[in-house]
Design a binder for this molecule. Sequence first.
Ligand code: AMP
Length: 370
Amino acid sequence: MRLGVLGGGQLGRMLALAGYPLGLTFRFFDTVSDACAGQVGDLVTGSFDDPQAVSDFAEGLDVITYEWENVPVDAVRLLAERVPVFPPPEALEVAQDRLAEKHFFQQLGIPTPAFEAIDSLDALQGAVQRLGLPAVLKTRREGYDGKGQRIIRAAGEIEPGWEDLGNRGPLILEQFVSFEREVSIIAARGRDGDCAFYPLVQNTHTSGILSRSVAPAPDVRNGLQRTAEDYGRSVVERLAYAGVLAIEFFVSEGRLLANELAPRVHNSGHWTIEGAETSQFENHVRAVAGLPLGSTAMRGQAAVLNLIGATPDGSDVLAIPNAHLHLYGKSPRPGRKLGHVTVRSDGAGEVEAAVEQVQALIRAQGGSSL
Ligand code: AMP
């Protein structure tokens, strides 16, 4: 079976690495010729707006998926007329607009931070009155890793906030949540409707970028896992989904508030490569190819540290017991995700000790750290 992947970054690369043992082959579409998935599969480059380039990419493929959620929905719909596309384009549509996403959660009865749509300075001032401060002003589209957003803490920051983001398309204002922690759940749904969930993971962000995930999230009450799975199930069922999907939550006063969903494999699921019976990448590939899902059971405890902007010496990382190195084949740039290290062990103490050692190497190298 020949799989096409829209987007050729590290997520696509890890999809291919998981899919080859199943006998699948991979072709990627990206706008840049040095997209790192090109090192492990065919890479077609072009603009998503170029129907000829997109059509050339689709030639001979059996199924198409995506690893980047800002793929233009029109291009995906065009492709879906020729080749089955999973997850369905509707999932992209919802995830690309923070306002649509929040409405979608609301329709399913999934709690979110309070929010309002913002299309003028007046609207922003009114929304601040109603939601209170601090609040977070975000672009509705194309924001990721903390980009396209700013916190408004005082009345004097309303106008500068509008001046900064008001010319970048429609906005959304969200109540600032003083969360106890951030967690995410990864759901998988097969083409036959079978669902599976990984355990809730606790995430730490540095400068808006995910820097660390711990699996399972420590001290999670059974009820929280069940609630997250219920939310996950209603999302994937409403979307008639096939593939892996992540939902990020704030935990506030012990409750889950949905922040956003990603209709793709997710950074907070990288631990599953070594830490689960079937990785998120393999389960995504299985799902979109119409194969049965694999077990999501954990193999011990795991933590992932992202390598952002710089990478430590590989042999130093590999000298740490229980540490596994994943480099994405990307050239270093500040703020760029270049790889990750997974630590996996049966004992939580061993994971913590190894995380400390990896953290020290990352700091010494000048990479982003906690
Ligand atoms: P996002 O791009 O929406 O995922 O935001 C990136 C990070 O900014 C989140 O993971 C949070 O750490 C923080 N953040 C975003 N929205 C809020 C909010 N409404 N309240 C508090 N922190 C937030």
